[in-house]
Design a protein. Sequence first.
Length: 569
Amino acid sequence: MVSNSQDIARPKNVALAMAKFSPRHALLGLMLLFSLIVGAAAAYKYSYWGHGFDMVDFHMPIQKTLQGDFLGVSRYNFTDTFMGLDVALGFLPALPFYALLPSAYTLVVLQALLLASGAIPVYLIARTRFAAAWAGVAWAAVYLLYPTTQFIAMAAPFQPRVPGMLCMLWAFYFLQQGRYWPYLLLLFAGMTARTDAALVVIAFGLYALLSRKHWRWWLPPIGVAAIYFYASISYITPLFYSDSFQPVRVSVPFDLSRDYNDMWPCGVSPQACYYLHLGGSLPEIARNIVTHPVQIFFFLFQPAKLEYLVLMFATLLFLPLFAPKELLLAAPIFAINLLSNRVYQYVITEQYQILVIPGMIIAGMYGGAWLMERLGKNSGFRIQDSEGGAEKREPRTQNSEPYSVAAQEPGNHGTRQAGDSGTQSGSPHASRLTLYLVLVLLVGLLNIPLRNPVVSAIRNPERPERVALMERMAAQIPLDARVAATSFLAPHLIPRAEIYFIPGGKMHHQIDEAEFAFIDARAATLRQMAAEGNDIVAALQSDPAWQTVDAGDDLYLFRKRGVRQGAMN
């Protein structure tokens, strides 16, 4: 009898435990798992010298700001602050954490935690749209597993667009909830992350306009962001140029084959310079786009750019295409990426996709909800309200939320959200759970053919023996020295204040300006240059102004002759 009682009690205990496992527990578990795995993998990648020069660009401004040099950078010859490149206040949230623990690993972990926290607004937006908390969990998982999110999580920290991305996600949630001031404040805060974030704010204003919101929801975002975008490029950024750098406005003919590197300095802004093939100023660019529609069309939809678009949408199962109004939130960043002739802007692996993520995820969930509603008309499968019945739609008013359902947020109007409870009466229908699970699994599995960066970082590290050699050579460079370095060697040279890029372009400091040169001859660009007859290593070896300090395994450390001996460690 005792055994039978125990057998009966065991399923009840399991059921009780399952009942206590709420969607919020699942959300917390997802965020914790993402933070641990991605944070550990990103730290592992950094420890094995896996980041490129971007990490210098994104680490140094934080370090130098805390030393009194606001957003200081060193690789450029026309400015000594990131503000001379772009208005990028998205670095500022990292300052208190870095002040407590000044280490590259602080930035690695912080970036992982911030990206993980983006699951919270995604959960809330989806929970409201679907009137089901488990839908919120599913879309939070989709956001975390979205290959673009994964690539950004493993990108060189600290990415200033990440705080901007979080602001945009939260802003949409408050728009959805009809909470005006948090919506507006978050949009304007996110706008300052990088200049291109202002274009996303304009898209939010257009979205509110199309959703028939009151003018105060759309006019301030559109007006303020448009002014801010123009002022940032035309007036604010030039304030931070070096005194010796005096760029002038240029007027060039429309030429889609033009390389901005050949035209430097090319106008008043480095950001606008990237689009010199379209025109020499924002008005010229806009006019040329309108007056050359055929050329622009074929430029936008080259095979490589089509591949980029297919990957961005396919990795969300093309669901964003079913929500064109929400997809508007991603349109500005897609536009500037497709209008660029820099390949880094139209691949899914780079930082330029960060501000696309909010629009894509939101459009994906709204597109998915639209499909479910269409299916429901034929199969009786319907989005349910908090009472478990058919979805109820409230009459659309001037301030009603686009596509919102009648179920309310817990604690907001006193009603419960479907699926918040783990009990049978509160759980979504099994078919809905199956759909959510299939969605998450498919998005997760798409990481496999795309060479998930977390897995790649762990499977393909630099050899420990070579890392030890890199560390030995880096230790021989004085902390107060000016050093030029190839991409993957440079991040570990911080806290040195003057780090230059090899091979530098016209806008960069050159090797001759440095006191040390730290070179990995296996760098792809250097191999290509050597094949073309421009061997940087051979040139330094034969230059009497330089001497070899250390070498081995295709790694070279050079010191300029005559460098003060007191600077040596």
